[in-house]
Write a protein that binds this ligand. Structure first.
Ligand SMILES: *[C@@H]1O[C@H](CO)[C@@H](O)[C@H](O)[C@H]1NC(C)=O
Ligand SMILES: *[C@@H]1O[C@H](CO)[C@@H](O)[C@H](O)[C@H]1NC(C)=O
Length: 270
């Protein structure tokens, strides 16, 4: 007598069901299923080690940070939560002092204020939070020493605080770590997003492809299906991401290939 057929159920934004057939030689009166999470959709809490190789891995896309000037011991604050001026004048950090990182590369970031505008440089040297969609003028290079940052513009100048608590973009020489006016202490307030987007964006396209290809190949294998089948499990649920619909070329930064692995799962299930 053959092993019971395993039926693959797929959930995700793309929902495909292969209902179990009633067949004479298998008892499908009960569905006994397991969830194969963390395989074709990455979940940081299931396999944290996947993220270990990411440079500045505590600054993934979506991380929320606060910046305190070392020189004046005040927080960078977007007045009204964004849409206007920015000053370095707050003793206590709350939502107006919290910025969400948009990660461009491991050393280039954009800072999104509470109400959605990005920190931007303007021609008069003063930083404001007035741009809705970020580009070069909203992209900053980070130089890092643990929690300390120097924040540099693409033209080479650094951000600094002035004696009257303005946030300006005209520090022209290379600051040292003891140079408080151009050094900011970063506090990470929230860093809970650890999915396929953060992983692929964090590693960049080439390394993300190799990390994900290896993970998908090894995290669930035909051996697991044998074991499940022996344990009388007759269904599995495999979460997939919406980007599987665009495989093999999903929009950046997502990495193609999950469809092939899903096909293999269907094959193993037979
Ligand atoms: C770089 O651009 C910023 C913002 O426009 C400006 O404040 C700064 O003086 C510029 N630096 C150089 C070296 O041109
Ligand atoms: C980091 O900053 C400290 C001062 O806060 C300094 O002594 C140290 O040399 C810096 N490290 C690097 C690698 O620059």
């Amino acid at each position: 007598m053959g092993l019971p057929h395993t039926t693959v159920l797929i959930f995700g934004l793309l929902c495909v069901f292969q209902p179990s057939h009633s067949s004479s030689d298998n008892d499908f009166t009960k569905v006994r299923a397991v969830n194969l999470g963390g395989w074709l959709v990455v979940e940081g809490w299931i396999k944290p080690a996947l993220f270990d190789g990411i440079p500045n891995g505590d600054m993934l896309d979506g991380t929320q940070v606060q910046l305190k000037s070392v020189g004046v011991q005040k927080y960078v604050s977007a007045a009204g939560g964004g849409g206007g001026s920015v000053a370095v004048d707050q003793d206590v950090a709350s939502s107006w002092e919290t910025f969400k990182l948009w990660r461009v590369s491991d050393s280039e970031f954009q800072f999104r204020s509470l109400s959605g505008q990005f920190l931007t440089r303007s021609n008069d040297d003063v930083i404001s939070a007035t741009t809705d969609s970020p580009g070069d003028s909203e992209t900053f290079f980070i130089e890092r020493n643990n929690s300390l940052l120097h924040i540099k513009l693409l033209n080479g100048s650094y951000l600094q605080v002035t004696n009257n608590n303005q946030f300006t973009s005209n520090y022209r020489s290379q600051p040292g770590w003891g140079d408080g006016m151009a050094t900011f202490e970063m506090t990470i307030v929230a860093n809970y997003l650890h999915g396929d987007y953060q992983l692929a964006n964090g590693y960049g396209p080439v390394q993300a492809k190799s990390v994900l290809t290896e993970h998908r190949k090894s995290f669930v294998t035909v051996k697991d299906f044998h074991l499940l089948s022996q344990s009388k499990i007759n269904a599995v649920r495999i979460p997939v991401g919406w980007w599987i619909a665009y495989d093999p070329d999903p929009p950046a930064p997502f990495v193609g290939g999950s469809l092939d692995n899903l096909d293999r799962a269907f094959h193993w299930a037979q």
